[in-house]
Write a protein that binds this ligand. Structure first.
Ligand SMILES: Nc1ncnc2c1ncn2[C@@H]1O[C@H](COP(=O)(O)OP(=O)(O)OP(=O)(O)O)[C@@H](O)[C@H]1O
Ligand SMILES: [Mg+2]
Length: 291
């Protein structure tokens, strides 16, 4: 292990939830005594990471899709996850979003929210948004209406479109339309958008819920180079305000946005570091990049 990776390993080790857990217990006591303001079910990132996956294992009919996977995502960071087909990248997102329950291990949102005990819908409401590969936009509605519907997911489509928006809600829609760069297409039917524009619209719909964490699985598949560049700008601009976790195979794209990169292989972390570090990692070259 290089000196740098040793330091990184130590930092990561120090961040493990079980290592910081005593502190959390003390805090929970403080909460019970009314001396601390964080409710156990509110997001508490006062000790760093926003997402903690620790020793997560998932198997499907005896096949080990995740194997003692440990991963920590910081508040506001942009993290790329790469790795060969079948490495467990999508399964990892399924565990975070509550679609798949781990056989063992812990998955926490902040210090206090145990995601393994929460239903998918509650996890989404708590602030973890996920973009699937196939956009789930409403094709017959305009860009504006799609964002409006995303803001009021608890109501039916017709009810939502007939309730009057507050000035604040309108401002938020306009703000998101600008973030996703579809200002010129306010009233266009979503079905008529290009492939890339549909993907950005879906990201915009997630943003209407103001998620703390955004998970995006293979966002640039099928995009033109121009659309990829625009997506890189978009995701980079979201980091800071949101934590963004991007799974992607396109290495040029990863290189264009990557800060920290995690390489998964056979359900575990094979390497972690800057793009340059993982690209030069012999194990990574053997199992993935050398293909
Ligand atoms: N519901 C399931 N039932 C059975 N096997 C599954 C299920 N979901 C995933 N797997 C298996 O688990 C392994 C990990 O799959 P996963 O989809 O997480 O990989 P991935 O890293 O996202 O791959 P890709 O890059 O191809 O998208 C694969 O071998 C897959 O066949
Ligand atoms: Mg996948």
């Amino acid at each position: 292990m290089s000196a740098l990776s040793q330091v990184r390993y130590k930092v990561r080790d120090a961040l493990r939830r079980d290592r910081t857990f005593n502190h959390t217990i003390i805090e929970s006591d403080a909460y019970l005594q009314g001396t601390h303001s964080v409710h156990p079910n509110e997001l508490d990132v006062s000790h760093g990471p926003v997402l903690y996956l620790e020793d997560i294992s998932v198997s499907f009919d005896g096949f080990q899709a995740l194997n003692n996977l440990s991963l920590y995502i910081d508040d506001g960071e942009l993290r790329c996850i790469i790795g060969p087909n079948g490495a467990g990248k999508t399964t990892m997102m399924d565990v975070i979003t509550g679609k798949t329950h781990p056989d063992s291990g812990q998955v926490f949102f902040g210090q206090t929210m145990d995601l393994s005990q929460m239903a998918e819908h509650d996890i989404a409401t708590a602030g973890i948004g996920r973009k699937f590969q196939k956009p789930t936009i409403f094709p017959e509605h305009s860009v504006w209406e799609n964002l409006e519907l995303a803001m009021k997911t608890d109501k039916g489509v017709w009810h939502s479109l007939f309730t009057v928006l507050s000035a604040e809600q309108k401002d938020r829609i306009e703000e998101v339309i600008e973030i996703i760069g579809l200002q010129a297409l306010y009233f266009s039917k979503a079905d008529l958008l290009s492939h890339g524009q549909k993907q950005w619209l879906e990201i915009g719909m997630l943003l209407m819920q103001d998620p703390r964490v955004l998970l995006v699985d293979e966002p640039v598949a099928g995009m033109t180079h121009q659309e990829m560049d625009r997506t890189a700008e978009l995701l980079t601009s979201l980091a800071g305000k949101h934590s963004v976790v991007v799974v992607e195979h396109d290495m040029d794209f990863v290189r264009s946005i990557a800060n920290q990169v995690t390489v998964l292989h056979e359900g575990s972390v094979l390497a972690e570091g800057t793009m340059e570090e993982v690209q030069n990692n012999q194990k990574v070259i053997e199992v993935y990049l050398g293909e």
